[in-house]
Structures are given as structure tokens and as C-alpha cells.
Design a protein around this ligand. Structure first.
Ligand code: CP
Ligand code: NVA
Length: 330
């Protein structure tokens, strides 16, 4: 029997393989129930506050729709929408919100702030993305992989190309280790995950049979891969001056059709989104003017192809965040 009622979700390092599998199963069940029109409201009368120090489309909307579907009420607080940080400490804010709400989602600049909020809140805190981790994204991502490759992902090869030590890459590696997945972090050595995180994941991998690899050659990494995953080259919270250096470092790691030629014939493309795959964004246009690139971490061809599961993945953010709230609150 799995019971994660009352638990925080700060990083999936804190969750066992069985607990993650339970969240994946529940995400699937809740998705089916919504499609079948048989969803039962398990969060009637609950109140959830969602705090965002950084912008969001998917995470915010997923929390709002998931909570409302389940009968809960939601308060959204944007970057300058509360006293937190400016006039009131995180510890004090946590104790106030914890007395009014049943759970708190927090998208923050520093993981330490999320941990601090969790320490004082007295109610579950969900990390909605920090500089280190993006745990709610992972339930959606591995749920999406299950939809494509079946329930047991053991031995499937998932390759992350690009800034392989960002929040999404770190979390993909952790979850791969927990689920027995073969994970490859592919990028220049200076952007490989931190040594202590690798050591922790390798310990976990020993028990689950997962294989973790670190590779500088994108063609080698893509060989036989089932999932080709990438993310933007400069994350929220990083200075814009870093673009030039990142472009130089990461251009060879763009996910494009060349990589799919050597991947598994069933291989899919995944991306947490948002993505710079064309010139329809302000930042995309700005980078084009300065550096001449018209697509960045993924070619538009791959992004728009049948291989691309990015919108299934985005939809699954809602079903999986619903599962996280139902499992920890009902
Ligand atoms: N993938 C993701 O977290 O998207 P948002 O930044 O839109 O929430
Ligand atoms: N690495 C990206 C993920 C966005 C969902 C960022 O932190 O901006």
C-alpha cells in the first residue's frame, strides 16, 4: 500500500521507485477518468496557493485546471503579488499560508527557498521548478514515455541533449535512476550534472538496474535512443549575457533529423517547453538578429514532425499534477 498523504514534493530524490510508479499509475487513471467523464472530485473544499517567482504557462495552468477539476480552490500569486521576500521572510510567509491553505506550489529561483518554505509551511509544498529540479515535470514526462513505450520503461534509452545540468536534465536523470531507465546526459563536459548528484543517482541506479552515461558526442549518444529530449539553452534566472557562450557550446547538440537517423526506429522527441524552434517569439527574434540562428535547441522540422510528443507531454502536466495533489491531499 502506497501512502504519500501530507508529503512535500521538493525533489524526486525523496521518493522511492514505488512511490513514483504510484504517481505515474494515478496520473494515467485520472487522465482516463477525465476522458471517460467519470472523474470523482477528491479535493472538495481544499484550498491551494500557487506562488510563482518566475513566469509559467504549463505549470500554472496545470495546477489551476487540476485543482478545479478536483473541486479545490486556487489562489495564484505572481512574482510581485505578495509581501514574500521583500517585506516578509519565506519562513513567515510559509507559516501564514500554511494556516490558510492545504498545499502550496512554489516556482522559485533558489531550491533553498523552496526547502525553507516546506520546513515552515506545515502543509505539502510542491516545487514548481527551481534552478536545480523540476519534479512535477517528470511525472508528466515519464507518463508520456509510458504512453508511447508501455508500462515498463526499464532499459529504454533516454538522451538529454544540451545544458545537461539544468533543472530538467537533473530531474530526468534522478527519475531515470529510480525507474531503471538508461539515461544519457549529452553535452559539453562543463555542462554535465554536478558530481555529487551523479554519485547519488549512481547509488540508486545500482539497485534499480538503471544505466547512467555522460557523453560529448551527440551521434554516439543518439544511437539506439528511444527518447531524444532537449530544453532551452539558457534557463529562467540566468543572465542574458550568457547566450553567446551557450550558443557556441550547445549548437552541436541541437536535436535534428540527423540524430533520428541513428536513433531507435520508434524514437520520439520530447521537450518540457517552451521552445525556440522558430522565429515566432521575441527572444527567438532577438537571438536571430544578434547571432543569425533561426532555430535553436531543436530544428523546426523535428519539433513539428510525427516524432514530436511535446503537446502530449504538455497535456500530461495537468493529469500528473492532479495525481500529485490527489495523492498528497486526499
Ligand atoms: N514546462 C514548464 O514548466 O512550462 P512553464 O514554464 O510554462 O510552466
Ligand atoms: N530549464 C528551463 C525549464 C523551463 C520549463 C528553465 O528553467 O527555464
Amino acid at each position: 500500500m502506497i501512502n504519500i498523504k501530507g508529503r512535500h514534493l521538493l525533489t524526486l530524490l525523496d521518493y522511492s521507485t514505488r512511490e513514483i510508479e504510484y504517481l505515474l499509475d494515478l496520473s494515467r487513471d485520472l487522465k482516463r477518468a477525465k476522458y471517460a467523464g467519470t472523474e470523482e472530485k477528491k479535493l472538495n473544499g481544499k484550498n491551494v496557493v500557487i506562488l510563482f517567482q518566475k513566469t509559467s504557462t504549463r505549470t500554472r495552468c496545470a495546477f489551476e485546471v487540476a485543482a478545479l477539476d478536483q473541486g479545490a480552490h486556487v489562489t495564484y500569486i505572481g512574482a510581485d503579488g505578495s509581501q514574500m521576500g521583500i517585506k516578509e521572510s519565506i519562513a513567515d510567509t510559509a507559516r501564514v499560508l500554511g494556516r490558510m491553505y492545504d498545499a502550496i506550489e512554489f516556482r522559485c529561483f533558489k531550491q533553498a527557498d523552496c526547502d525553507e518554505l516546506a520546513k515552515y509551511a506545515g502543509v505539502p509544498v510542491y516545487n514548481g521548478l527551481s534552478e536545480l529540479y523540476h519534479p512535477t515535470q517528470m511525472i508528466a514526462d515519464y507518463m508520456t514515455m509510458r504512453e508511447k513505450f508501455g508500462h515498463d520503461l526499464k532499459g529504454k534509452k533516454v538522451v538529454f541533449f544540451g545544458d545537461a545540468r539544468n533543472n530538467v536534465a537533473n530531474s530526468l536523470m534522478i527519475c531515470a535512476a529510480k525507474l531503471g531507465v538508461h539515461f544519457v546526459a549529452c553535452g559539453p563536459k562543463e555542462l554535465w550534472p554536478a558530481k555529487d548528484l551523479i554519485a547519488k543517482c549512481e547509488e540508486i541506479a545500482k539497485e534499480t538496474g538503471s544505466k547512467l552515461e555522460f557523453e560529448e558526442d551527440p551521434m554516439k549518444a543518439a544511437k539506439g535512443a528511444h527518447v531524444l529530449y532537449t530544453d532551452i539553452w539558457v534557463s529562467m534566472g540566468e543572465p542574458k549575457e550568457i547566450w553567446e557562450q551557450r550558443i557556441k557550446l550547445l549548437q552541436p547538440y541541437q536535436v535534428n533529423s540527423k540524430l533520428f537517423e541513428v536513433a531507435d526506429k520508434e524514437a520520439i522527441f520530447m521537450h518540457c517547453l517552451p521552445s525556440y524552434h522558430d522565429l515566432k517569439t521575441d527572444i527567438g527574434k532577438d537571438i536571430h538578429e544578434k547571432f543569425g540562428l533561426s532555430e535553436m535547441e531543436v530544428s523546426n522540422e523535428v519539433f513539428e514532425s510525427k516524432r514530436s510528443w511535446v503537446f502530449e507531454e504538455a497535456e500530461n502536466r495537468m493529469h500528473s499534477i492532479k495525481a500529485i495533489m490527489v495523492a498528497t491531499l486526499s
